[in-house]
Design a protein around this ligand. Sequence first.
Ligand code: MN
Length: 366
Amino acid sequence: MRLLHTADWHLGKTLKGQNLINDQIHIIKEIFKVIDDQKPDAILICGDIYDRGVPPIEAVELFNETLTKLAERNIPTLIIAGNHDSATRLNFGSKLFLRQNIFIAAKVTDTPAQVVLNDEFGEIYFSMIPFFEPGEIKSKFFSEDAERLTYNDADKFYVDLLRQKIPANKRSVVLAHVFLTGGIESDSERKIVGTLSNVDANIFSEYNYIALGHLHKPQKFYSGSPLKYSFDEANHKKSVSIVDIDGAGNVKTEKIPLNPRRDVRIVKGTFDEIIKNPKTEDYILARLTKREINVQDKLAWTFPNLLGVELPQNSSSEDVSASNFGDGVSVLDYFEDFFKAQTGEDLSSDYREAMSDFLTEISKEE
Ligand SMILES: [Mn+2]
């Protein structure tokens, strides 16, 4: 059986205020090229479908179109929720989608979701473990006075429930959205909170293939995100994983690189050096090695998608989005920029008023 493993699409994400929806539309087309070329028997999407619990409408539209296209191709698709997804919202329609061979496991359930697919050698069991906090497992399966669980305890408990249902000598695959001990992190992942947030790989040791989401750099067990979602990922090579499982349960994986619409890059040097770069549509962070003022407008000729300028000297760095912060700019204006950078939306007059009242309140307290 051949699988395509991907994760961390983060539909609806912005990068320093830049809406990435067109980049995401493009990269999903690229993934479909891989699907049509490699002809996987099933697709695994291991969490963080959306960037936030309430995704923007164009992100929901994109995911809707994607599921429709997968159903048209009749490729079984297995989807779990990540720590950025709203479990309840992602769960919408999941029972109806079963008819289309689209399996969504978003919530902790009494009977954990397990899907069985067949190839010419027989059955393969797919254990689907959505992201959850240990407290959710505790409140569902343990008494109130039971000891607190770590992520490792909670995931191991869920894995044990799933393993009980897998007959001996059957091949199996696990999907999960966890931070594996020893994994390499990136800036665009939202840290899983809790002191013991890591999970040990050995809890999954009985599976033939471990398909994980959460870490954005492609690495062992992780397909990584399809796009670079922070500038510290500038050197990543983004890909999807093609996984072949033979009749004996042996696994071969290959990473298929994805070509983005626009790359995410850091250019470094003095202003004079940087400005010599050829004009590019890529998303650029300019890291100046010599302090210079008012370079943004000049750099924008070469880099129309300049998303940040970093200056040397201590820790002083400036974002384009926050470039006018300083004397004469009110905190409220700064907040408005920040709000727009975070949400991609303008601050409504109601919110602006509420924030203004709040600022007045706290200034009284000082
Ligand atoms: Mn993620």
